[in-house]
Design a protein around this ligand. Structure first.
Ligand code: COA
Length: 276
């Protein structure tokens, strides 16, 4: 990562982190950031070849990493990934990043399509939390759920992902309350449009990327490093009193609406007022 981290490089030293969906995209970026700040990693994903490629890239940066191929929808795969963690010691950090999404109108969405996304995003996150709980309970730790902002307003063509991630946010809050007494913090990140990701490829085809960029108050798409930086903060002791919170990292995107009063009209009104 050609990126100057604002954190000390021992921020999460000796912590062990299990990252689902960690073979690619935002979650690979999070894994790499945790690894380059001292954590040992287990990447979980469905595709062995993708995990092996990620592992090789991390090895090239002297980041210790094991892989566990499996599907978060299957409790047995979740349990196996957590078992594999034991080769590194105790689990401290679980990042739930495995997700599925595509553009589809509600009337075209099949039962299986809606269920696939609910199962991967929501049930999968729950499965992983439950599998990790005994390990985290013994010494405390952090669960970081990767969410979205789709459900803060409404996001046509993404009913499935919006519903699933609303559930993920509910999971974040409920588990934060239930498991706080065990020293387990449960937080989330809601990324906005992030350049160079599978999400952008799937959800912002054709000219939509440029249009999106124009609607972000900070005037740019996010980077994977923007999300990785937020993840480092939330997974570290810097956030030791933060739980149940989903941090929006989107350049202000979800707050922005098309201007009702165009700026040039406002300027004209201001000039007229000053003349009076
Ligand atoms: N539009 C509408 N329906 C779609 C679809 C699309 N683009 N892609 C898949 N589906 C439907 C399938 O047709 C199937 O429904 P059917 O049986 O009624 O035909 C259902 O979704 C399940 O598809 P399948 O491919 O069997 O599921 P899967 O579990 O292998 O894959 C997905 C899950 C569909 C979420 C797949 O897109 C995936 O694996 N994504 C992972 C990567 C990803 O989405 N990242 C998110 C970046 S934002």
């Amino acid at each position: 990562m050609a990126w100057a981290s604002p954190f000390r490089n021992d921020l999460v030293k000796d912590k062990v982190a299990l990252v689902t969906g960690g073979g690619t995209g935002i979650c690979f970026g999070i894994a790499k950031a945790l690894g380059s700040h001292g954590a040992r990693l287990i990447l979980m994903g469905r595709r062995q070849d993708v995990l092996e490629k990620a592992q090789a890239e991390l090895a090239g940066e002297n980041i210790e990493c094991a892989i566990s191929s499996g599907d978060v929808r299957r409790p047995r795969d979740a349990a196996r990934a957590v078992e594999q963690v034991s080769r590194f010691g105790a689990l401290h950090i679980l990042v739930n990043g495995a997700a599925g999404n595509f553009l589809c109108s509600a009337e075209d969405l099949s039962y299986a399509a809606f269920k696939a996304v609910m199962d991967i995003d929501l049930l999968g996150s729950f499965n992983m939390c439950q599998a990790a709980f005994p390990a985290l309970r013994s010494h405390g730790g952090v669960i970081l759920n990767i969410s979205t902002t789709f459900h803060y307003g409404a996001t046509p063509l993404q009913t499935h992902a919006s519903a699933a991630k609303a559930g993920v946010d509910a999971l974040t809050r409920s588990l934060a309350c239930e498991w706080g007494k065990h020293g387990i913090r449960v937080c989330g990140i809601a990324p906005g449009p992030i350049a160079g990701t599978e999400g952008m490829r799937r959800l912002a085809p054709f000219g939509v990327k440029q249009k999106l960029k124009e609607t972000v108050p900070l005037g740019r798409l996010g980077t994977i490093e923007d999300i990785a930086t937020a993840a480092l903060y939330l997974c570290s002791d810097a956030a030791s009193y933060v739980t149940g919170e989903t941090l929006v990292v989107d350049g202000g995107h979800w707050l922005a609406k098309p201007a009702l009063i165009p700026w040039d009209l406002y300027e004209r009104m201001k000039n007229d007022r000053q003349k009076q």
